[in-house]
Ligand binder design. Structure first.
Ligand code: SF4
Length: 66
């Protein structure tokens, strides 16, 4: 599984890196950035899913990368 943030949609609320700091961090403007694109464990997939469900802008996509 892979995770992606659409930087054009992200408004920097910070929920992703507060909820799931293993997968996301803040960039210098407070917008979310992906630390780990390849989600190779159930914990990382769960963390990315949690952030995706809680992103107010719907900016986070978790997919199988196909
Ligand atoms: S939760 Fe969504 S809008 Fe907020 S910083 Fe993360 S990706 Fe951006």
């Amino acid at each position: 599984m892979r995770v992606h943030i659409d930087a054009k949609v992200c408004e920097g609320h910070g929920r992703c890196y507060v909820l799931s700091p293993l997968v996301f961090a803040a960039d210098e403007e407070g917008n979310g950035e992906v630390l780990v694109e390849e989600l190779d464990s159930p914990d990382l997939i769960a963390a990315a899913d949690l952030a995706s469900k809680n992103c107010p802008e719907g900016a986070i996509t978790v997919s199988d990368g196909a």
